[in-house]
Structures are given as C-alpha cells and as structure tokens.
Ligand binder design. Sequence first.
Ligand SMILES: Nc1ncnc2c1ncn2[C@@H]1O[C@H](COP(=O)(O)OP(=O)(O)OP(=O)(O)O)[C@@H](O)[C@H]1O
Length: 492
Amino acid sequence: MSLRNMIAHLGSVVASLMFIWAVFQQYFPYQFRSYIEKYSQRLVSFVYPYIQITFNEFTGERLMRSEAYSAIENYLSSTSSSQAKRLKADIVKNNQSLVLSMDDHEEVADEFRGVKLWWASGKHIAKTQSFSFYPVTDEKRFYKLTFHKRHRDLMIGPYLNHVLKEGRAIKVRNRQRKLYTNNGSMWSHVVFEHPATFQTLAMEPEKKEEIMEDLTTFSKAEEFYSRIGRAWKRGYLLYGPPGTGKSTMIAAMANLLGYDIYDLELTAVKDNTELRKLLIETSSKSIIVIEDIDCSLDLTGQRGKKNEKEEPEDMKDPRQKLTKDQEPKSSQVTLSGLLNFIDGLWSACGGERLIVFTTNFVEKLDPALIRKGRMDKHIELSYCGFEAFKVLANNYQKLESHNLFRRIQELLEEARMTPAEVAEHLMPKTVSTDPETCLESLIQALESAKEEARLKAEKEAKGEELPSQDQGKTTESQVLAEKTVGDENSVH
Ligand SMILES: Nc1ncnc2c1ncn2[C@@H]1O[C@H](COP(=O)(O)OP(=O)(O)OP(=O)(O)O)[C@@H](O)[C@H]1O
C-alpha cells in the first residue's frame, strides 16, 4: 500500500471514529444516564426507606410561581434562621422587616407529632438556547421533603396541610396591609400603617380584654362557622361621642388581627348593584367599616328633614347642593339592601370578614340594623375614666403614677371629657414641657368643665332656657352634673 493510500485510509478511519464519537456523545450518554438512573433508583428504593417529595418554585405551562413553594418558604423561615448555615434575606412590609430563608443546597430538620423529617433546598440550572447580551441563567429552585415511608399518611395529609396553613398565615402576617377607600364603585388603596394598638387604646382593661378575646376567638373560628353553615363574619357596632376612640379602635382591631381595612363611603355608592360589586371585591381577612352610619344612609327618615331645618345653605353637605337628579344618591342604597348583603352575600365568599358600623347617635338607628344577629357586638366608647386616663398618661408622658393622679381621678368622676381632649392636654407642647405642667393643664381644664356643668345644672334647675347646642359637637367637654354609673366604655 502506498503512503498516499495509507494516509487516505487513516483519514477515513479517523473520520469514522469521529462520527461514532459524535453519535455516542449525542445519544448514548443520555440513554446511559437515564437507564442507570432508572435502574439504580429501583434498586435504591428496595433498600432506601425514605420518601421524597419535590416542590418546584414554578409550575404549570405558564410557569406561575407555585403557591405551595412560597408557603413552604414562609413556613421554613423560622426553622431556617435557627438551623441553616447559609441564609437568604429579603425585605417585606414596605422595607421594614427582614425575612430569612435557607440558601440553595441547605438542609433543615423539622418535627411533626414526634416524627422527624427533613427539608432541603436545591436548584436545577438549565442551559437556555436563546441569545442574549446579558447572561441568562434559567434556575429552577425546589424544596425537597424527605421522610420515612412508614409515616407516609401522616406526612402527606396532616403535615403538609399544617405546613401550607402555617405558611399562608405567616405570609398574611408579613404582607403589607392596605387601607381601601371607594370612589363610587371602585376601590383604591394606600398602605395601612396606623400605629394604634389595644395596648395604647384608653379603655378599661377588662373591657379591652373582652373585645380582644372576642376578636381572636372569631379569627380562629373557621371550622365552627363552616360546621354551622354560616358565613365567617362578625358585626360590630361602635357608638359614642366624637373623640372617644371609635376610629382608633378600628385601627387597633386591624393591627391585632393583621386585617386590611375597607372604608366604605356609602354616600358615594349609587345603588344596591354598586354596593354588591364593592362588597364582593373585598378580600378575606378584612374589616369593612361604615362610619357615621346615621349620616350615610337615610336609615331613619330624619336626616334630610333635620339638615334642611338646621343647616344654613353654605354649611350643608356638598351633596346637598347637587341637582335634583343627582341628589338622592345615598337614599338609593337602602337599609334592606345593605342588611341583605351583609347577611347573605358573604356566605358565598370564602374567608373571614368583620363589619364595623360607627355612629355618634345610637338612638337614631333603625332597630332592624342593630338588633342582635345583625350586629354581634355593641361597644360603647365613652368619656374618659381614670383607667383610660392612666393608659393615656403612660402613652404620652410615660407616667405610671404621680401625686396629681388622685386629684385627676376625683375630677374625672365629676366632669366629662373625651379621651381625645385628655390626650391633647397630655401632649407636651414643647420638647422641654415637663409631665407635671401637662397634668396641671388637664386639672385646670377639668375644673373649668366641672364649673361649666355646675352653672348649667343651676340654670336647668331654675328652668332657664339653655343656649342651643349642636348635639354632635356637645360632647367635647360636657361635664357630668349627675354622673351616671358605669358609662365609661361599656361593652354589651
Ligand atoms: N380611647 C382612646 N384611646 C387612645 N386615644 C384616643 C382614644 N380616643 C381618642 N383618642 C385620640 O383622639 C383622636 C381622635 O379619636 P378618634 O378619631 O379615634 O375618635 P372617634 O370616636 O372615631 O371620633 P369621630 O366620631 O369624630 O370619628 C385619636 O387620634 C386618638 O389619638
């Protein structure tokens, strides 16, 4: 064989080898791998007593972020922060709090009803075919749950339900809460960040406890409501003079339960259809508030007549100046419409909702609206008593006791003053105002309120005509001539 032939032969051998190598690379490694994997897994499952479940971060054709994955991420956050060595941090709640989760390829242990199990985090990195100037990494994260096969039923049923439920609850606690208001039939929202809590609410401690207990019992009563076949809702009627803390209490309720607030302006709702739409759009874990219910709806038939008689033209509600066609906006939402929605509508919507009505004039309300069953709890917020004062003194001046407290206690038993007014006196006027100056200013105000009441009572006794007062505003600093027993913040 000539040298030329030999080179040509060698060339074709090399070409054939390269072809075979290419074919081998292209097909065999994959086939080998899958065969090896398949049979090794079968082999391992004979001797390996554990079961593994994988929860991928993205699921479905449209690769939506899996709800289960994020619930597990939230559930594992506290375990991860105490066990994992490498953690990832993320900021939630409007950049205010940090949430930690375990980094990739970490493992943490958990225990459920005495059974130990393990969670591991991992990721697959897939090569993307698309061309991009920026590095494109297609990372698919997952959590893998490992447990012994003898606990299969416990893990797949109760444990995973527990993880999802807890994870969702943590998500709700960490989410940024919202305050919704309606403009006609549309809700718009802002971030809800009211600092009021039941700790800072000026009220008698036992009544506060009772309300807090009622709220937390309600929030945990999902099973109860579904068992009795009723919508998971509860109605509160808050009533009392302006400045006694009705709005503050609603904020404290929302903060206690971690709920959103829907501040429903009924006068902006055209008719029952719009009302239905608004109520259906409210989300679970929310408080629907209808403030000043006596002014929002013509519940009693008194409002129109009263305003026409008492208010001068320029003082009237702007709605009163609308044309005749536009005017009866509020009256188109009827009391029966409202009550029907409250009773019936939410049975069809999942999740829990509180509905809170407020009024300054409980006696004006239609008995149908406030009868038990419609409104589950009636809470009266009233003038400041000594216990409520002590909460305010602690809030505003960090005072738990002071020798002027005794005098203030005596005066509060004789003079009516709203918590809002008391708070105003306790608020330091300058940075250097000392607590004693504030207490003295409060004592002075209480003494003059007491004197005013004495004069008023004297006039009344003489049968003199009293100057007319706007009932809505009178409460600011009325003095109790004959103090009625137990009128502070009473709960029914
Ligand atoms: N019980 C209370 N505890 C703590 N602060 C209170 C209380 N009542 C009133 N305040 C203070 O007075 C201010 C006004 O109170 P709030 O708006 O809650 O009263 P309201 O009863 O809702 O009045 P309105 O009927 O006019 O809406 C609040 O910002 C709060 O600081």
